[in-house]
Design a protein around this ligand. Structure first.
Ligand SMILES: [Zn+2]
Ligand SMILES: [Zn+2]
Length: 314
């Protein structure tokens, strides 16, 4: 049985082919347990105590022992402020001072401080007159694009609109014009009512395995309210930290130390968009695209979202 499915928020096309999950496949490596990583590494530029390697902090939170999180300019930026046609800032946000920290072992408090930093840097960069969009993302492990091991996220402000955001906004606008209802409200209500794909439903966030996604294993955290990322309250950040903690603990139980990407899709600058909600894409990098996907832009999935949600829910 084959089925064609469309992702509600970006119109990606996925062929669902359940029987393909039975094809033989090599085991995913669950991390290298032989290599014991310590809290401090003397050659790591992001470790606490090695600040001389990097540029000065744009933001930091400290305790009695020193900084816990800090954000610095990326020494090798994707964009810079030297030209006007592609202008932006690129910062590295160090998630925790612990070299051996990771989303799989960070405490709720560590996530809280990290998210406070996300909010501060985002609010700061989006204010720049030339900036249209600010992207927050994280690459975990080399297979997901990370070049350094020390846990870090990145933030890039851009003078141009990323096409993926433009597409999501266009789709949510068209949905509103056609139905006179908000797409994200409808998705949230449908997911809560059917319950099938819900991982967690808290006061302000809904965590789901989307009905359709081109990335097998993707998880989405949807903001229930239509607020901009820079307006998230500290109370909501607490709630989100608790979700991150439980979500990544469960993912570790199931998959081990696998690579992933995370990115936040937020509102572009100065556009009041009542039909678009901030959301977070979490993409485990267990499956790679093959020639079919690269040549057609059509994706193939064989894992039923409900089965995955059942394993992760909390
Ligand atoms: Zn380090
Ligand atoms: Zn999105």
């Amino acid at each position: 049985m084959k089925e064609i499915r469309i992702d509600d928020i970006n119109n990606d096309i996925v062929i669902f082919a359940k029987d393909r999950s039975r094809r033989p496949m090599d085991k995913v490596i669950k991390g290298n347990e032989e290599c014991i990583i310590k809290e401090y590494n003397k050659s790591c530029p992001f470790c606490r105590g090695n600040e001389y390697y990097t540029l000065e902090s744009k933001f930091k939170i400290e305790n009695e022992k020193g900084w816990i999180v800090r954000s610095i300019d990326n020494k090798f930026p994707i964009v810079d402020n030297l030209q006007d046609n592609i202008y932006g800032n690129h910062e590295v946000m160090i998630d925790t001072y612990r070299h051996n920290g990771s989303f799989y072992n960070m405490t709720e408090e560590e996530f809280y401080n990290m998210l406070l930093m996300y909010k501060d840097r985002y609010s700061n960069l989006i204010k720049n007159k030339k900036v249209q969009y600010v992207s927050i993302f994280k690459n975990y492990l080399r297979e997901a694009g990370a070049s350094l091991n020390h846990p870090h996220s990145q933030i890039v402000s851009l003078s141009i609109m990323p096409p993926d955001i433009e597409r999501e906004i266009y789709i949510s606008k068209q949905y509103y014009i056609k139905n006179n209802r908000y797409l994200y409200d409808d998705i949230i209500n449908e997911e809560i009512n059917t319950k099938k794909r819900v991982i967690n439903n808290s006061e302000n966030f809904l965590t789901i395995v989307p009905k359709t996604t081109k990335y097998t294993g993707e998880i989405r955290i949807l903001f229930k309210k239509n607020i901009k990322f820079e307006h998230i309250r500290n109370k909501d950040i607490r709630e989100l930290s608790s979700i991150f903690k439980r979500l990544f603990s469960n993912l570790f139980e199931i998959n081990g130390d696998i690579p992933f990407n995370i990115f936040i899709h937020s509102h572009p600058k100065d556009i009041e968009l009542e039909y678009f909600n901030v959301h977070i894409h979490i993409i485990p990098r267990m499956y790679r695209f093959g020639g079919f996907e690269l040549s057609t832009g059509i994706y193939v999935s064989s894992i039923e979202p409900k089965d995955l949600a059942d394993k992760i829910k909390f």
